[in-house]
Design a protein around this ligand. Structure first.
Ligand SMILES: *Cc1c(COP(=O)(O)O)cnc(C)c1O
Length: 466
């Protein structure tokens, strides 16, 4: 859902007009909007039209709604231009890119404390959504093999997850015929934390998803506690249920900012982990990763072989052709930043998040839901007694007048009466910008508080918050 509907083409116009300043003698000044043009245009003309339209998108620097990277340094830009033609699947033509992909997921396996990083298996993907599909498919196939080997039916798989999972898990369950068993979050249990898990887990459970950095709020689900609950379930029922960690954001924060937190392969039940290279991996959109704790955790019959330098190379992916450039950009950043560089970058985001949540906590109008000390993301709601004349959607609109995109939206099922507003701090939201944001926030809250009658509520809708 887009906050702005500029792109929605609400008025049906059927031509795109060229700015007269760029028009060339003898060239068309209009092109059809929804029909393939009959003839050619000069490259400058086509460029100018696309360039001008793309300019109408928001200013990414002030977008505090998205987790996705919007800036890379000039050397990364250069690499991106040089490698835009690489096709990740063509390991025969691009063996160097294929080798670099392998190095990257081995590095991630090590970062996530795989018992033997050389015996892990993983792949790049187009994002965490594809990575989640692969992680989920591996859980499902492992469970099916075990059921069939035991002579039991394997046709009613279920997956246990928090009601606050990202939409990619709803898709996984829908697309691959797995029953989704949602554990509702509540004011006492703000995240999936293992309570009551025995009511959801049974012999048909293919796994439990733990989210490292819940999209709605930024909180970590306590992977070790969830694993301990599953240990108790195993002790009483014999069911051995694995965990997949959706670390779309947190798997690139926790290793650097909370190195003591045991959420990864140090927890024996964790069989696979995904992350988004294009979130806190700091790469442009189009990159995810998934790594399994060992080769045995990925069922062999899901793996296809493509030819590679005369031999063959295992692949596990939903797509066939896809860009290879993002993988090279990830490797560039791994070399460029190293562990210490990533630590500094992520710590800077954390510092800004803690500063912002601290300032918002001081305002009597708001109650913090969390403070950004997990991933640098936090949410707040209106304090009790506040909101007679305005709500968080109004505040979101007022901030948009200043260029800031700070979405408001309802919490998931069972808590959906509660509206929250959220800030995602990414690299690029400097302490300086954060000071300006707080100034603008205070000014807009003062404006809204000074109203003598209620703001209209027609047409309010949740902002983009995935
Ligand atoms: C963003 C997100 C996803 C989806 O990731 P993409 O890389 O955008 O496909 C999945 N899970 C969580 C927890 C996320 O925050």
């Amino acid at each position: 859902m887009s906050g702005s509907n500029r792109g929605a083409e609400s008025e049906e116009r059927d031509v795109v007009a060229l700015n007269p300043l760029f028009a060339r003698p003898g060239e068309a000044t209009e092109l059809p909007r929804n029909v393939l043009p009959a003839g050619e245009s000069l490259p400058e003309t086509a460029y100018q039209i696309v360039h001008d339209e793309a300019m109408l998108d928001g200013n990414a620097r002030l977008n505090l709604a998205t987790f996705v990277g919007t800036w890379m340094d000039p050397y990364a830009q250069r690499l991106y231009e040089e490698t835009a033609d690489k096709n990740m699947i063509d390991k025969d033509e691009y063996p160097a890119t294929a080798a670099i992909e392998t190095r990257c997921w081995k590095m991630l396996g090590g970062l996530w404390n795989a018992p033997d990083p050389q015996d892990t298996i993983g792949t790049s993907t187009i994002g965490s959504s594809e990575a989640a599909m692969l992680g989920g498919l591996a859980l499902k196939r492992r469970w099916q093999h075990a059921r069939r080997a035991a002579g039991k039916p394997a046709d009613r798989p279920n997956l246990v997850l928090s009601s606050a999972v990202q939409v990619c898990w709803e898709k996984f369950c829908n697309y691959w015929d797995v029953e989704a068993r949602y554990v509702p979050i509540s004011l006492e249990h703000k995240v999936l934390d293992g309570h009551d898990l025995e009511k959801y887990v049974d012999e048909n459970t293919i796994g439990v998803v733990a989210i490292l950095g819940v999209t709605y709020t930024g909180m970590y689900e306590p992977v070790a506690e969830i694993a301990a609950a599953l240990d108790r379930i195993q002790a009483s029922t014999g069911l051995d249920v694995p965990i997949h960690v959706d670390g779309a954001s947190g798997a690139m924060i926790a290793p650097f900012v909370q190195p003591g937190l045991e959420w990864d392969f140090r927890v024996p039940r964790v069989v696979s982990i995904n992350t988004s290279g294009h979130k806190y991996g700091l790469v442009y959109p189009g990159l995810g990763w998934v790594v399994w704790r060992d080769v045995a955790s990925l069922p062999e019959d899901l793996v296809f072989r493509v030819s590679y330098l005369g031999g063959d190379m295992p692949t596990f992916a939903l797509n066939f052709s896809r860009p290879g450039a993002q993988v090279l950009l990830q490797y560039y950043l791994f070399l460029r930043l190293g562990f210490d560089g990533y630590r500094k970058v992520q710590q800077a985001s954390q510092d800004v998040a803690l500063y912002l949540s601290g300032e918002i906590a001081k305002m009597p109008q708001f109650d913090l839901w969390n403070d950004g000390s997990d991933i640098p993301v936090f949410a707040w709601s209106l304090a009790q007694g506040h909101g007679e004349n305005w709500n968080l959607y109004h505040l979101s609109d007022r901030l948009r007048l200043k260029g800031w995109l700070v979405p408001a939206y309802p919490m998931p099922a069972d808590l959906d009466a509660l509206t929250v507003q959220r800030i995602v701090v990414r690299n690029g939201l400097s302490m300086d910008l954060a000071h300006s944001l707080i100034d603008d926030l205070r000014a807009e809250v003062a404006y809204l508080d000074a109203l003598s009658s209620p703001m209209p509520v027609e047409g309010q809708h949740p902002g983009f918050h995935h």
